[in-house]
Write a protein that binds this ligand. Structure first.
Ligand code: HEM
Length: 428
């Protein structure tokens, strides 16, 4: 259901007040509302569906500055209203104090220390070496529906790819990965509501990871969890709790984001045939330049992270001329900033060859996405392989019939039904 739970006919907008936010219509297409806010109320105080009052920052220049502003803390303890933190960890269904200290919940100097340690294990080289495995996973998933001539690209492709990829990277044995797939499915379907199923799934995942970390400590391998345990900086190591919280945030931060990158990206290509044909043509010619700039453009145009994760003012400050009080939550609207005409030429046009595309889709500053190289690897493999193996891929429903999830932080489709001429399985 949409966050407001109301059907489309019940929605309205009052020109003087501006558009209604967090409705069904807004979840489907938030961009007109964001355009209005950027123009008339660029730093806008609003009541969120949870009842919490927060500031939305919508202009590119303010957004970029806010993301780098150390007076905005990630630690929920700075929030003036204790009622806020439904889940203090920021992870749906997860309340364990042990997992609170993850990268997206902490400030320097703790953040600096943990980020330095994880960066020693989560290296560009590890990701580059992972490329053949991502390609194999991509092909294996497409094999499972290629001969059918139809698929739901969210359920059959965008959802399993990142979860198997992260499991592999962390070192979760193949025979246990379907359990992870089911637990993650529960998290994404219920979007973090307090329902028993989500809490149970998260508890199982947490228990499993704790045990895995313990096992890897005794018998290290060349996987990421072993790397996290091994990582040291000036004699400092991650504690077992910190390693567990880190494994969990990698899973959590790298999962739904990538599902939505593949889902939103494919959807944008299917609804912009001219751009899609350009991309298909360049891939046929063996040129990956347009794929690289194109993936960045898809992130700018309709990225997976609509709002950056929570920030809280530690002292009174001003953003875009608005006075923010100490304790106030500030939400940076990446999706609005990345369509700002003050920063991007023809911001509502999808242009896969766009240059000068410093979008905020991966954030900015010290919390800039740690997993960006992995997301790029998965996104490029997914889109290129789909277009190569299913060249006449098309939507099986009208765009207006698609349903968006409508969570607060993420933007993504519930389903993406497609059709295509049945294709062969891959040879290897
Ligand atoms: C942080 C976006 C994939 C791990 C972030 C942030 C954004 C983001 C916007 C900053 C949040 C903030 O400042 O509030 C994305 C997008 C992805 C993606 C759009 C996919 C297309 C991944 C993957 C992983 C990952 C695959 C890891 C496996 C992280 C981590 C952080 C982070 C650990 C926290 C970094 C820190 O606080 O220092 N991501 N992400 N992300 N991301 Fe990603």
């Amino acid at each position: 259901a949409c966050p407001a739970g109301a059907p489309p006919e019940a929605q309205g907008s009052d020109e003087a007040q501006g558009p209604e936010l967090f409705t069904w219509e807004f979840a489907t297409d938030p961009y007109p509302a964001y355009a209005w806010l950027r123009e008339h109320a660029p730093v806008h105080r609003t009541r969120l569906p949870s009842g919490v009052e927060a500031w939305l920052v919508t202009r590119y220049v303010d957004a970029k500055q806010a993301l780098a502003d150390q007076r905005l803390s990630k630690n929920p303890a700075h929030h003036g209203e204790p009622a806020h933190a439904k889940s203090k960890t920021g992870i749906p269904g997860e309340r364990s104090a042990n997992l609170m200290t993850h990268l997206l919940n902490i400030d320097p100097p703790d953040h600096t220390r943990l980020r330095r340690l994880v960066s020693k294990a989560f290296t560009p080289r590890r990701i580059a070496e992972f490329a053949p495995r991502v390609q194999e996973l991509t092909d294996r998933l497409i094999d499972q529906f290629a001969e059918k001539g139809e698929a739901d690209l969210i359920h059959d492709f965008a959802f399993p790819l990142p979860i198997y990829a992260i499991c592999d990277l962390l070192g979760v044995p193949r025979e246990d990965q379907d359990d992870f797939r089911d637990w993650a499915g529960m998290m994404i379907r219920h979007g973090g509501g307090p329902r028993g199923g989500v809490a149970r799934s998260v508890k199982k995942m947490r228990g499993y990871l704790a045990e895995l970390i313990h096992r890897k400590r005794l018998e290290p391998g060349d996987d990421l969890i072993s790397g996290l345990i091994r990582a040291s900086d000036h004699g400092e190591h991650l504690t077992e709790n910190e390693a567990a919280a880190m494994a969990f945030i990698l899973l959590f931060a790298g999962f739904e984001t990538t599902v939505n990158l593949i889902g939103n990206g494919t959807y944008a290509l299917l609804t912009h045939p001219e751009q899609r044909e350009r991309l298909q043509g360049s891939l046929r010619d063996g040129d990956t330049g347009l794929l690289e700039t194109g993936l960045e453009e898809l992130l700018r145009f309709d990225g997976p992270v609509e709002l950056a994760t929570w920030r809280f003012a530690t002292e009174p400050l001003t953003i875009g001329g608005e006075d923010i009080a100490a304790g106030d939550p500030v939400l940076v609207v990446l999706a609005a900033a990345d369509r700002d005409p003050e920063r991007f030429d023809r911001p509502d046009t999808l242009d896969l060859s766009r240059r000068d595309n410093q979008h905020l889709g991966y954030g900015h500053g010290i919390h800039y996405c740690l997993g960006a190289p992995l997301a790029r690897l998965e996104g490029q493999a997914a889109l290129a392989t789909l277009l190569r193996r299913l060249p006449d891929l098309r939507l099986a429903v009208e765009p207006g019939d698609l349903r968006w999830r409508g969570g607060l932080i993420m933007r993504g489709l519930r389903t993406l039904p497609v059709e295509f001429t049945p294709a062969q399985q891959s040879k290897d």
